[in-house]
Design a protein around this ligand. Structure first.
Ligand code: AHR
Length: 521
């Protein structure tokens, strides 16, 4: 198709609007044809793909979720009501805790019993601050109950003992007469919590003990043996997995750990250039493109990891659990470098939208994912300042996409020559995913990362008659648009009326730099 270089007047207009877009080119026509195979759905998109991660880091827990019972900020047993309400609204299905790197130096017994008697420790990983252990097992499980989210606890392998982890599981899950169950009752909780998801260490190739894969695989076997099932509850044990395109670790885990011992194997991927992360809000097009390259390439990274799992586990018994993912920028100026506090723009929303589409598409193997880290840390859903709380663009993506939770994935064919080109390099501009919910409604989530060009998107529905369409859109004037405590609604979803249906074919003009979620019936 004929390319036309964007005119000087457009560049001038953009410059006047304060945009930093430079060497852009647009096409005369940008088209994407999608066929949704509505009769071929078989895999269910686990709601847990939309999971979250929260660590004892910066103001994620303290000054984030947890303000203490005496706070003037409305709370329930010390947990902020506004955060609970916001996360419930976005459909948070599960929450991973207490780390991260913190998990492998956390001793759970320090976080139970009367608060004034709980020992204090230094959080050596994150800012060297004093951790007073006032938020421990009971508080975390209370938070999960308030949000109706499944808890996912990550135990300490790096500096912990088998006995310690084994007793933690007993404390939480046993209803028998036993030393740990009795201790829990003495601490005010009669019934066990029935926690299902259990991580056996975190990043054990790094902060979780600097282990070699073979050594960790043996450690996993040993620790997991003593993490028992209590009553009817089945513990779903998750092995500390690899990161990025490190395939060796995955291969050793799949080879050395019996598959009936390991419900899941984790994977971490941060979409950042280490050593040159850049600002969350002040970035040029080169940095925008670089970030979106990470996002667009995430699918092939996942496929590489899944291919290894498929080789060792053709019956698809072990889940891939992407339990840390997201963007990681320089901290906001003037904030503690160990607290990882960052703003969140439309760029972050695109990363989330593409990643969630990728997870949906691979839901046969990916059963859980947890964005890092929900409140005030990394790619957060909410940011707080005193009693104020704002929702980030990433929050809105999760809220818009929640329609995919527990829906049946509908395989789609996406054909497009519509690329986002920068500095001689191309990225596919459109990402999409579709599912059908239990009531029969089809949902399609689409991301257009092109900063300037709208796309003509046509969707053909094969195998199901459809007659109505509604939609929502997330976009903003600039790629760096974000919500602030002064302007909390600068980026928020609006209704989208640009899609028309005729004879089982949908046609829409998808605006540049936007995310659209359609409901088709
Ligand atoms: O999310 C921040 C840190 O990133 C986690 O503690 C660790 O697991 C990862 O390296």
């Amino acid at each position: 198709m004929k390319k036309q270089v964007i005119s000087l007047s457009v560049i001038l207009l953009l410059a006047m609007a304060g945009l930093t877009l430079q060497a852009q080119s647009t096409k005369a026509s940008a088209k994407a044809n999608i066929i949704i195979n509505a009769d071929l759905g078989k895999d269910v998109i686990s709601r847990d793909i939309y999971g979250h991660f929260s660590e004892h880091l910066g103001h994620c827990i303290y000054g984030g979720y947890y303000v203490g019972e005496d706070s003037g900020i409305p709370n329930t047993r010390g947990i902020r009501n506004d955060i609970v309400e916001a996360l419930k609204k976005s459909g948070i299905p599960n929450l991973r805790w207490p780390g991260g790197c913190f998990a492998d130096e956390y001793h759970w017994m320090d976080g139970i019993g009367p608060k004034e008697q709980r020992p204090k420790m230094i959080n050596t990983h994150w800012g060297g601050v004093t951790e007073d252990n006032s938020f421990g097992t009971h508080e975390f499980l209370d938070l999960c109950e308030q949000m109706n989210a499944e808890p996912y606890i990550c135990g300490n392998v790096g500096s912990g003992m088998v006995e310690e982890m084994s007793k933690w599981v007993e404390y939480i899950n046993s209803d028998a007469v036993s030393p740990m169950a009795d201790l829990r009752r003495a601490n005010g909780r009669e019934n066990s919590w029935g926690v299902k998801y259990w991580g056996v260490g975190n990043e054990n190739w790094g902060c979780g003990g600097n282990m070699r894969p073979e050594f960790y695989a043996d450690q996993f076997r040993r620790f997991a043996t003593y993490c028992r099932n209590y009553g009817d509850n089945r513990l779903l044990k998750i092995a500390g997995g690899s990161h990025d395109r490190n395939y060796e670790w995955t291969e050793v885990m799949m080879k050395e750990i019996p598959h009936n011992m390991m419900w899941g194997l984790s994977l971490h991927h941060y979409m950042t250039e280490w050593g040159n992360k850049g600002s969350a809000t002040k970035f040029g097009e080169d940095e925008y493109f670089r970030t979106l390259r990470f996002a667009v390439n995430f699918g092939s990274l996942l496929d590489g990891q899944i291919a290894i799992m498929d080789r060792y586990d053709p019956r698809n018994r072990v889940a891939l659990v992407v339990d840390e993912w997201g963007t990681w920028w320089d901290v906001e100026p003037g904030t503690n470098p160990g607290f990882l506090y960052q703003q969140n723009t439309l760029r972050d929303a695109f990363v989330a939208g593409i990643a969630l589409n990728d997870f949906n598409e691979r839901c046969r193997r990916i059963k859980m994912a947890n964005i890092a880290q929900t409140v005030n840390v990394l790619q957060a859903m909410v940011l707080t300042e005193g009693e104020k709380m704002i929702l980030t663009p990433t929050y809105h993506v999760f809220e818009m996409y929640k329609v995919h939770q527990d829906a049946t994935l509908l395989p789609l064919d996406l054909e497009t020559d519509y690329d986002y080109e920068f500095d001689g390099e191309k990225l596919q501009a459109i990402s999409a995913s579709a599912s059908r919910d239990k009531e029969g409604a089809i949902h399609v989530s689409l991301v257009n990362i092109h900063p300037l060009q709208a796309a003509d998107v046509f969707i053909d529905f094969r195998g199901q008659e459809v007659s109505s369409v509604t939609g929502r859109i997330l976009t903003a004037p600039e790629l760096s648009s974000h919500n602030t405590f002064e302007k909390p609604d600068a980026v928020k979803p609006e209704s989208f009326t640009g899609a028309k249906l005729s004879k089982n074919r949908l046609a829409m003009k998808m605006p540049a730099k936007s995310i659209v979620v359609l409901e088709i019936k």
